[in-house]
Design a protein around this ligand. Structure first.
Ligand SMILES: [Fe+2]
Ligand SMILES: [Fe+2]
Length: 260
C-alpha cells in the first residue's frame, strides 16, 4: 500500500499547495491512500465543513486533526457526521467525534488511521500510550496496515510513541510543531517513523502565522490576533510503502516541495 501523509495544512496557502502539488505526487508515487492533518486548514484555526469538503474534493481520503479541532464551533455540527474526519482518540470519554477510522480501498485492502494527542506541553488529555494499546487490541487481526498521527509538541514523546508502537503500527508520524524533521526512517521492528511531517502552508512565517503578529504576542504576551502568512507556500509530508500482508513499512521518505 502506497501512502502519502500530508503535514498540518495551514489556511488558504496550504490548501492551494495541496491543490497544485497532490496530482503530481499521486502520479509519481502511484498512491493508494492520502491522509492529511488539517487542524489549521480554515484560516489557520480549525476546520469548517466547506474547507473539509474542499480537502476531500482534492483527493484527501482521511483527515486527522489535533488541539485546534474545536476552534471553529461549527465543527460540532459535522464531527459526528460519518465523515473520514478524526480528532485525537485519547480525548475524554463522551467527547464528540472519533479517533479511529477504517479507510477501505476498492480492492478490499484497508488502512486504519488512528489520531492521538501528546500530553507534554499540550492541553490535558488521557494517556496516548494506553489509548494506543486499547485501540490496537480492538482492531481486526487480519488488517495490519495502521497509520498513527501522533499530534504532539515534544520530540521525545513522539519518538517514544514510535518505539512503543514499533512492530505494532505500520507508520507513526508526528504533527503539530509545523517544522519538518529529517528523521524519516524505518524503526527496528518495521514501523515507519518521522517525528514531524511539517507544515503544508506558508513558510515565510512563524509556524504558519504572519511574523509581525506572532512577534507581537511573543514579545508582549498580550492577546493578539494571528493572521495566516502568505509567502513561500510549501507541501510537507511523508511517503511510505507498506507490505499489505504484514503491515511492515518497506520504504519511507520525507516529502518537502515548494509550490511552483
Ligand atoms: Fe497544526
Ligand atoms: Fe496542533
Amino acid at each position: 500500500m502506497k501512502i502519502l501523509f500530508i503535514g498540518d495544512i495551514v489556511g488558504r496557502p496550504g490548501r492551494h499547495a495541496v491543490a497544485r502539488l497532490l496530482p503530481g505526487l499521486r502520479e509519481r508515487y502511484g498512491l493508494d491512500v492520502v491522509v492529511a492533518n488539517a487542524e489549521n486548514a480554515a484560516g489557520g484555526f480549525g476546520l469548517t465543513r466547506k474547507v473539509l469538503d474542499e480537502l476531500l474534493g482534492l483527493g484527501i481520503d482521511v483527515v486527522t486533526t489535533g488541539n485546534h479541532i474545536w476552534d471553529k464551533k461549527e465543527a460540532l455540527a459535522f464531527v459526528d457526521g460519518g465523515l473520514p474526519l478524526l480528532r485525537p482518540a485519547n480525548y475524554a470519554p463522551g467527547v464528540p467525534g472519533k479517533g479511529v477510522h477504517r479507510h477501505g480501498l476498492d480492492d478490499g485492502r484497508a488502512l486504519w488511521v488512528i489520531n492521538l494527542q501528546g500530553k507534554i506541553l499540550m492541553p490535558p488529555v488521557d494517556c496516548p500510550f494506553r489509548a494506543a494499546d486499547r485501540i490496537l487490541s480492538e482492531l481486526p487481526p487480519g488488517e495490519r496496515c495502521i497509520l498513527v498521527d501522533m499530534h504532539a509538541e515534544a520530540t521525545s514523546e513522539k519518538r517514544g510513541m514510535g518505539y512503543y508502537l514499533d512492530g505494532r503500527a505500520s507508520l507513526v508520524v508526528g504533527t503539530h510543531t509545523h517544522v519538518p524533521t529529517a528523521d524519516a526512517e524505518i524503526l527496528p521492528k518495521g514501523t515507519g517513523y518521522q517525528t514531524d511531517a511539517g507544515m503544508t502552508g506558508p513558510y515565510d512565517s512563524v509556524i504558519g502565522m504572519a511574523p509581525e503578529d506572532s512577534l507581537k504576542r511573543l514579545i508582549t504576551g498580550m492577546p493578539t490576533i494571528l493572521n495566516v502568512a502568505k509567502g513561500s507556500p510549501r507541501l510537507a509530508g511523508l511517503y511510505a510503502e507498506l507490505d499489505d500482508a504484514t503491515g511492515r513499512c518497506t520504504d519511507i521518505e520525507g516529502v518537502f516541495l515548494r509550490e511552483v
